[in-house]
Design a binder for this molecule. Structure first.
Ligand code: HEM
Length: 397
């Protein structure tokens, strides 16, 4: 890449929590690719075109390997994350790890959890109603629902939720320092490692117990590798979904005509969840590094080039999603990149869909007069380089 002086800095932070950063419009004007400047003055490509993003996400010449010295660093916390299981790995190790986990995340397995998820949602809503109005739905609802669910699935005690939620924030927030993120990642892995020891002595129920009995017992994976993998599932399993539930509530309250359509016909819900995944793009910064030259859309990407494929850019591509800045719960949005695409496409997407569906239907049915208790413009948004969301969701009813 040639050096250019006036490149926009990346990542950019959103002003409205549910719209992409304002600077993305200028990037899109430049065509499928735009050049930006990262931390440490490094340049990177940002892909704004849906078709090009999809083509790149299935191209094996792009690497996800965070252990590569040329892997880009978007925010300081990422310089600490030298080992990121699954999403930060390339085949063949990625293939082996993912294959081990797939059976636990099929549509059938996750649909079987639906009644349990409904009970979790009902219990949380009971508590919200007991204690409010007003209420902050982040700690009261959007966070504990996916935290409880992922704990049960993995076999991790929910009693430890304050510890792992706090450490997760330190690990994933764009504002964390490298030291904070590194310490949090080690603390979480050590925590799961200790849990493996306890479970070996006294087996329980859950995916972790199953993997101890199968893959750890046969030596297919080491204890530390298993701890890292489960740590990642624990983090990915609650943080993204909590932001997705929070932001879905905000987007629907802020688009009352769309909420009314949904309330009038809950059969629209599965499609509406896809549209919300498109519209909100909470897991925004999908990142790769070029391993071998790639010619695409009139560009040649060179080895070592950093490539960002923000979900919110591809998901607002007007060539694929007409009137992309409008939330439309009847839109056919299934080809969105809200869960990524290709070999790293979200492993937990079936589970996340069920959690978001059950949470939204439960909440809006139980509290028909739900409203934001503060103006949306007053809610600080999480910085670029984080899963996108807000820290608080003050509501009344
Ligand atoms: C609405 C909630 C969620 C969203 C928006 C989301 C989004 C994403 C995205 C965009 C990726 C791809 C990243 C990339 O290609 O670089 C991804 C990967 C992943 N997600 Fe999710 N996710 C959600 C919920 C979950 C849940 C509940 C789990 C459960 C454990 C989970 C586990 C994973 C895993 C393990 C990967 C890595 C897969 C791989 O590399 O093979 N996610 N997610």
């Amino acid at each position: 890449m040639t050096t250019e002086v006036d490149l926009p800095a990346f990542p950019m932070t959103r002003t409205c929590p549910y719209h992409p950063p304002q600077g993305y419009a200028g990037l899109r004007e430049q065509g499928a690719f735009a050049k930006v400047r990262l931390l440490g003055d490094r340049e990177a490509w940002v892909v704004t075109d849906h078709a090009v993003a999809r083509a790149l996400l299935v191209d094996p010449r792009l690497s996800s390997d965070r252990l590569r010295p040329d892997f880009p660093v978007l925010v300081p916390r990422m310089s600490a994350a030298k080992l990121v299981p699954l999403v930060g790995m390339d085949p063949p190790v990625h293939t082996q790890r993912r294959r081990m986990l797939i059976p636990a995340f099929t549509v059938r397995r996750t649909e079987a959890l639906r009644p349990d998820i409904e009970r979790v949602v009902t219990d949380r809503l009971d508590a919200v109603v007991r204690e409010g109005p007003p209420a902050d739905l982040v700690p009261g609802f959007a966070l504990p629902v996916p935290s409880t669910v992922i704990c049960r699935l993995l076999g991790v005690p929910y009693a430890d939720h304050e510890f792992f939620e706090t450490q997760t924030q330190r690990m994933v927030l764009g504002s964390s320092s490298a030291g904070e993120a590194a310490a949090a990642s080690v603390a979480l892995t050590d925590y799961v490692d200790a849990l493996i020891g306890e479970k070996q002595a006294d087996p329980g129920e859950g995916l972790l117990d199953e993997l101890i009995a199968s893959h750890l017992a046969t030596g297919e994976i080491t204890r530390r590798e298993l701890a890292e993998t489960i740590m990642f599932l624990l983090v990915a399993g609650h943080e993204t979904t909590a932001n997705m539930i929070t932001m879905s509530v905000i987007a629907l309250l802020d688009n009352p005509a769309q909420l009314a359509r949904l309330r009038a016909d809950w059969r629209l819900l599965p499609g509406a969840v896809d549209e919300l995944l498109r519209f909100l793009s909470v897991a925004d910064e999908i990142q790769r590094v070029v391993a071998e030259p790639i010619e695409i859309a009139g560009r040649t990407l060179q080895p070592g080039d950093a490539v960002y494929l923000p979900a919110s850019a591809a998901n607002r591509d007007p060539a694929v999603f007409p009137d992309p800045d409008a939330l439309d719960v009847t839109r056919r949005a299934r080809q969105h990149l809200g869960f990524g695409y290709g070999i790293h496409q979200c492993l937990g997407q079936n589970l996340a869909r069920v959690e978001v569906e059950v949470s939204l239907r439960g909440l809006f049915t139980r509290l028909p007069t739900l409203a934001l208790a503060e103006p949306l413009s007053g809610l600080p948004v999480k910085p670029g380089g984080s899963v996108q969301g807000v820290y608080r969701l003050p509501v009344t009813w």
